[in-house]
Design a protein around this ligand. Structure first.
Ligand SMILES: [Zn+2]
Length: 154
């Protein structure tokens, strides 16, 4: 994951919780992942920081991939991002890095529409259809190549 983030011009930084809190105070982290308080990002700095201190707080790889999507596959900052637009990018990254199972598990509660439908509530076939649509959208937005190679738009 670290090599991948760096290849797109970003940073992935592991911290202890003390340092993590310092990063928040100093503004080196300017946005916390809403569902995982162990991950923080700096959108303009293309920086993902996480801490691993407490076991139940340690970040899931799927959540890291989602935060990377905010940084590399969204032209809008996290607070106003169109999250569904880069779900296909996340899928392509999970596949490329070999974390598909973990990413799908972390994405179970992901809202796929404005009605509160969760990705995990779809059947396997519906999930596959949804993912194929998101891949097409990601290609049309230039987030991934025709061969599903994840790119950075920032
Ligand atoms: Zn998000």
């Amino acid at each position: 994951m670290k090599e991948f983030v760096e290849s797109l011009g970003g940073q992935l930084i592991e911290l202890d919780s003390l340092k993590f809190n310092e990063f928040i105070e100093d503004g080196i982290i300017d946005s916390l992942a809403p569902f995982n308080s162990a991950i923080g990002i700096h959108y303009d700095g293309k920086r993902i920081s996480y801490h691993v201190e407490s076991k139940n707080k340690s970040p899931k790889i799927g959540d890291l991939i989602h935060e990377a999507g905010h940084i590399f596959a969204s032209l809008k900052p996290p607070s106003v991002a169109d999250e569904v637009s880069f779900f296909g990018w996340e899928y392509a990254v999970a596949k490329k890095l070999g974390f598909l199972g973990a990413w799908k598990a972390a994405s179970k509660t992901y809202m796929i529409d404005g009605d509160g439908t969760e990705f995990g509530s779809l059947s396997a076939i519906e999930q596959e259809t949804f993912l194929q649509e998101r891949l097409k959208e990601a290609i049309s937005l230039g987030l991934i190549s025709q061969t599903h190679e994840p790119l950075s738009v920032r």
